[in-house]
Design a protein around this ligand. Structure first.
Ligand code: PHB
Length: 390
């Protein structure tokens, strides 16, 4: 028989639990964003932050009773030590529930072991070197990989009459991935690589490299440099050195003609064919809604593929919080992320259950003028492309 005292005690305990539960649930859920918000790659940080903020403004900032809060830290550029220090501080002091952001590969690689140690999901919103997702079971990537977008371009190039090509890539992870995949796919199709150069990640002066390519007179040059300031400098040099007039055809990953900076390139990129996962010109209701939401946050810039990845990264985070009913757990979060499908502004995407890397449509695009402005106009696509680098 239960005594009166026991009954009162259990009633008190039940009331305390009932009172405590909502207060736990109402604590903000923190997303620690490690981004390149100043320095030469500040464009990347701005795109990532604006994309994430646009999602939160459009969808509301409370999920399953928890207010979502972004805690932002600036790496100031490709600075692995700074990224690591910020991530450590976010995990230990801020007790963030997710790590997110990561524009540049060296910053993502530096933080991967901390995500494992803290068992905290790390949503990679840009960094695109193939190996990143293998560095921690707590990483999920919603952006792309360089091999994923490069292989279809190499195939297209050979089929479209380019038999010999030169390659120019930034000398670090994503550039080396792009160079290797272009060579492998292009040579397998029957093409020949007639030369290759790698440009420094920091402060590259493209002039001597462009002169070397011009002197070699290749039929085409394939390039990857990280989006932002570098593609603008490259395009300027390409025209100034007269590579276009010398009839050297330019093909590139979409990082080079990205929407955020394409309007600063003059007419040089007109006609350039690229492959990538997102174009502002993509015609879909999801993209229209995204563009409107982005303009609500930032109407001074065009969003690019990074803003879309940040938008999708927030969609993934919201879905995890919803599925876990606001009660965060790193391992359970990863189970939700594995196989997750998102109806993205770029088209349908999925996080591969095995690799935690993104599977998506890769589009062929040509730079064209539409109503007097430059756009990457899609003309073909390959669906369900996995990272072939794994
Ligand atoms: C990267 O560092 O992984 C990276 C940066 C910029 C890009 C693509 C990849 O446009």
């Amino acid at each position: 028989m239960i005594s009166r005292w026991m009954l009162v005690r259990s009633l008190v305990a039940a009331c305390a639990a009932a009172l405590a539960a909502p207060s736990i649930a109402q604590e903000p859920l923190k997303v620690g964003m490690v981004i390149e918000a100043s320095g030469p790659f500040a464009d990347i940080g701005r795109q990532l932050l604006d994309g994430a903020r646009a999602y939160m403004k459009a969808k509301g900032d409370t999920v399953a009773g928890r207010k979502i809060e972004l805690v932002v830290r600036d790496t100031t550029g490709a600075a692995p030590d700074v990224a690591k220090r910020h991530a450590q501080q976010l995990l230990v002091n801020e007790k963030v529930d997710f790590l997110a952001g990561f524009g540049l590969t060296p910053n993502a690689l530096a933080v991967a072991p901390l995500a494992s140690e803290a068992k905290t999901p790390m949503i990679v919103m840009n960094a695109a070197t193939s190996i990143i997702t293998t560095k921690s079971p707590y990483i999920a990537r919603v952006s792309f990989t360089l091999p994923q977008v490069t292989a279809p371009l190499a195939t297209w190039a050979y089929k479209n009459g380019i038999k010999e090509a030169y390659t120019l890539v930034a000398d670090y992870g994503p550039g080396l991935d792009a160079e290797a995949m272009f060579r492998k796919t292009f040579e397998a199709a029957g093409g020949k690589i007639v030369g290759d150069v790698r440009t420094p990640l920091r402060n590259p002066d493209f002039a001597p490299f462009l002169q070397r390519i011009k002197d070699a007179r290749p039929q085409a040059v394939f390039i990857f440099v990280p989006s932002g300031e570098q593609p603008v400098a490259f395009m300027k040099g390409f025209a100034e050195r007269g590579l276009d007039k010398a009839g050297i055809r330019l093909i590139a990953t979409g990082d080079v003609t990205e929407d955020g900076v394409i309007e600063a390139m003059g007419d040089t990129p007109l006609g350039v064919v690229t492959t990538h996962q997102y174009s502002v010109a993509h015609d879909s209701p999801q993209n229209k809604a995204f563009l409107k939401a982005f303009a609500d946050i930032d109407n001074a810039h065009r969003p690019n593929f990074m803003a879309v990845a940040a938008w999708d990264g927030m969609a993934a985070i919201y879905e995890v919080v919803r599925k876990l009913n606001g009660r965060m757990d790193g391992d359970k979060a990863m189970e939700v992320l594995k196989g997750l499908k998102i109806d993205s502004p770029r088209g349908p995407i999925m996080i591969d259950a095995e690799t935690r890397d993104v599977v998506q449509t890769v589009y062929y695009r040509k730079v064209q003028k539409v109503n007097g402005k430059l756009y990457n106009v899609e003309f073909d696509k390959v669906e369900n492309v996995k990272d072939p680098g794994k």
